[in-house]
Design a protein around this ligand. Sequence first.
Ligand code: NAP
Length: 253
Amino acid sequence: MSSENNFSGKVALVTGGGSGIGRAVCQVLARDGARVSVCDLNVKSAEETVESLKNPGDHIALCMDVSQKEQVHDGLRITQEKLKGTPTLLVNCAGIVRPAPFLEMTEERFMQVINVNLKGTFLVSQAVCKAMLERNEAKGGAVVNIASITGRTGLANNGQYAASKGGVMAFTKTCAKELAQTGIRVNCLMPGPIRTPLLAFPQEIIDEFVLKRNPLGRCGEPEEVAEMAAFLLSEKSSYFVGSCIEVTGGHDM
Ligand code: NAP
């Protein structure tokens, strides 16, 4: 799959860029001309992503825990300094799962997931969108949040994960309403099962709970999500505001 987005001259910031969907997003954005700040909790995996990008010298790898406000602000400042520009393309991809039946879920486990998936999306979005506005670069700005189909359907044994993703969808629509007049468009994707380390369950679990419920009978590839994220960041999607788009292979229609 390929597309012809024109991101040349643009700076992109991608959280969770060291693995899976985030890495594929970085690869597509770099392929289409963006300079990418690859942010991840794990800086080594972010560095590996940078090495995999077109023109690796144009991009940077940063350690950023999206749930920590100071790290988010430091990461943004370093991005602006090193890439000589403010990110006007943002993809909030960092996310974790911590399964537990809700009757046994501890408060700590509940908040761990909310802090990364939902609060992290808030902290990074606020910092980057404020920077765009302060520098008069909001026009043409775009944010894509990676939610999940489970934000609509729920997911047994992952109540806090599904709730965090439902929260990301509502947050996306709210930001979209507040920012549309500034020129920043905010949208989100609801992937179904995608073949990444996050979905590293035993094959029998994948067969039973994923493939049997999927009309295509397969997991999606990270690139199949990344191309849609790039579309939502590009001017081709100029009339998409607050959209939550399924990328599921028909899973849980
Ligand atoms: P992944 O391969 O595990 O990638 C997630 C990345 O985020 C990892 O590099 C991870 O680092 C990083 N990360 C974790 N906590 C972080 C934090 N606090 N700050 C910054 N980075 C952090 O997972 P993925 O499947 O690509 O998931 C990407 C997004 O898609 C997530 O939001 C996920 O919920 C969503 N999604 C995935 C699927 C799926 O089936 N794969 C379906 C629907 C939605 P570590 O490896 O060090 O933890």
